[in-house]
Design a protein around this ligand. Structure first.
Ligand SMILES: [Zn+2]
Length: 234
């Protein structure tokens, strides 16, 4: 749904703390004010606001109280009512419809100020890194037993969950898990086989290299030393 911005404003007079009006508008405030002025000039308009404007010589002040993103008119009226309840303006003849709950207000306030709050927290954290670390450490030392106990409890609680989750995962993925296990077993088998093969082969190779050969020159040499024998003796 499309949202649009509305502004809540108040109209007031210098040297007059009794008269006050709260309104809401989609328009930019100066435009809304010029509409108020032209409505006010129509003497037939008996709204308390306009009669007061006329009495005070049209010289009113206005100020933006807050702005909100809303989806519909009734939401706009809710915010208007919120400010009417808050400021109790005497020139608002009617009460806007349903009330804004504190919960609504807090939610919107937090959202509006989220960036500002998180900027502040970031800045605070970066300025106070050492202090925060130190505090954390001290807090840990002070409450070590409690922390350890809590961690244990958490682990015990999670242990059962983890077991169940693993089981569920296994049941769901039995085929690929078994395939993977078989693959791994095959790889292990092949490794074991290669190891034994290499060992056997090495023994054979050693035996062959140590084999003695009687040369025509009357001296015997081992097969490994054949080249050496021929290079030095012949
Ligand atoms: Zn020889």
């Amino acid at each position: 749904m499309m949202t649009y911005e509305i502004k809540i404003y108040k109209i007031w007079w210098i040297d007059n703390d009794k008269d006050l009006y709260v309104g809401s508008t989609k328009q930019i405030l100066s435009k809304r004010m010029s509409h108020h002025r032209s409505d006010c000039r129509c003497k037939k308009n008996k709204m308390k606001l306009y009669e007061t404007m006329r009495e005070n010589g049209y010289k009113f002040k206005y100020i933006l109280l807050d702005s909100y993103k809303v989806k519909a008119k009734d939401e706009q009226l809710k915010w208007e009512q919120y400010w009417i309840d808050k400021l109790q303006p005497n020139l608002n003849k009617y009460n806007a419809v349903c009330k804004v709950t504190k919960n609504d207000y807090d939610k919107v306030y937090r959202k509006k100020n989220k960036e500002r709050i998180s900027d502040y927290q970031k800045e605070y954290r970066s300025k106070n890194q050492c202090k925060i670390k130190e505090n954390k450490k001290n807090n840990y030392i002070k409450n070590k037993e409690k922390f350890i106990q809590k961690a244990k409890e958490r682990y015990q609680l999670q242990k059962e969950d983890i077991k169940i989750k693993r089981k569920e995962y296994y049941i769901k993925n039995r085929e690929p898990i078994l395939a993977k296990m078989k693959e791994n077993a095959d790889i292990d088998k092949k490794r074991e086989y290669d190891k034994i093969y290499n060992q056997k082969n090495m023994i054979k190779r050693k035996a062959r290299n140590n084999e003695r050969i009687e040369c025509k020159c009357g001296i015997s040499y081992t097969r490994a030393n054949k080249n050496y024998h021929f290079n030095t003796r012949h």
